[in-house]
Design a protein around this ligand. Structure first.
Ligand SMILES: [Zn+2]
Length: 304
């Protein structure tokens, strides 16, 4: 636009001058030439002013354009940040294993078993089942921060995808809480029955601060009524992306391995690498099978 104005600005007086000269050539007379030059100069000045005004208008109009450019460039700057945040958020890393402790041995699957501050670790993962207990004094007080963060993200995404609210109804449980829960079940159903679904005090994964039970609005909470709901299905298919495993999967072989009945609501954090392996494209592998561990009150930990 500016170029067109510049050309017009210079061309119109020049054309006028050429026509004037051509006309006046016949008449001959210096005064006429001066008159022609003055008119051409005035014409040039008028056009130049018009050009300036026009350019001011154009630059005003293009201001929003500039803003858009700025916005676009801002968006461009924001995008990589978003990407890097997403990458970071989707990276639910395994928890660090405390230093020290003693090595007890190796599982039949070749994983090292360590005892650190009374807790058992297999290949660096804390293990709590019917063979591997937690000390009575072990009390993190709540879910571990990394577990809570991953769970919140998982529930937020679940909300978008299944359009229902889910939450960790039962997260950390102290030794004494587990003791009263277990005793209540024993007095209701007898010990043999209670042992199929409830951990004895000191053997519950809930005491580790790594596991929780999920409830969903309007759905049966922490019982078999939760099975086959769209919420349970979503969790089973997506929890591994957030570093969680369905800790007590379905199937008699799996029930035998974990020592617990199928619990569609109980999830445990292991970090996304192991979670994806255990997810196994929907055919969940138990921690016991994967690491080669027993889960029985009759069995002793490897090396003890
Ligand atoms: Zn549970």
């Amino acid at each position: 636009m500016e170029l067109i104005l510049n050309i017009l600005c210079a061309l119109i007086p020049l054309i006028y001058l050429v026509i004037f000269v051509a006309k006046e050539n016949r008449r001959k007379g210096k005064k006429h030439y001066i008159y022609g030059l003055v008119v051409a100069a005035v014409l040039f000045l008028i056009l130049f002013v018009i050009r300036l005004i026009a350019l001011t208008f154009i630059s005003n109009e293009s201001t929003p354009d500039n803003t858009t450019t700025t916005t676009t460039s801002t968006t461009t700057t924001v995008e990589p940040t978003k990407e890097s945040t997403t990458t970071k958020k989707s990276n639910y890393e395994r928890l660090t294993t405390p230093a020290g402790g003693e090595t007890l041995g190796t599982t039949p699957k070749g994983y090292e078993v360590k005892k650190i501050d009374g807790l058992y670790y297999v290949d660096g993962y804390l293990i709590a089942n019917k063979t591997y207990s937690l000390p009575k004094s072990y009390n993190p007080g709540k879910l571990k921060a990394e577990v809570e963060t991953a769970a919140n993200k998982m529930f937020a995404d679940a909300q978008k995808e299944v359009n229902n609210n889910m939450w960790a109804q039962s997260g950390f449980r102290s030794y004494s809480t587990q003791e009263s829960i277990y005793n209540r079940y024993v007095s209701r159903d007898g010990q043999k029955e209670a042992d199929t679904y409830s951990a004895r005090p000191g053997y519950s994964e809930h005491q580790s601060g790594l596991a929780f039970d999920v409830c969903a609005t309007g759905k049966s909470c922490i019982d078999n009524g939760f099975d086959n709901t769209k919420e349970a299905k979503w969790l089973s298919e997506n929890a591994y992306k957030y570093g969680f495993i369905l800790r007590y999967p379905k199937g008699s072989d799996k029930v035998a391995q974990t020592g617990y009945m199928y619990e569609s609501w109980h999830f445990r954090y292991v970090g996304e690498d192991l979670a994806e392996k255990l997810y196994n494209n929907g055919d969940w592998i138990t921690m016991e099978e994967y690491f080669g561990l027993t889960s029985s009150y009759d069995e002793k930990p490897i090396g003890e």
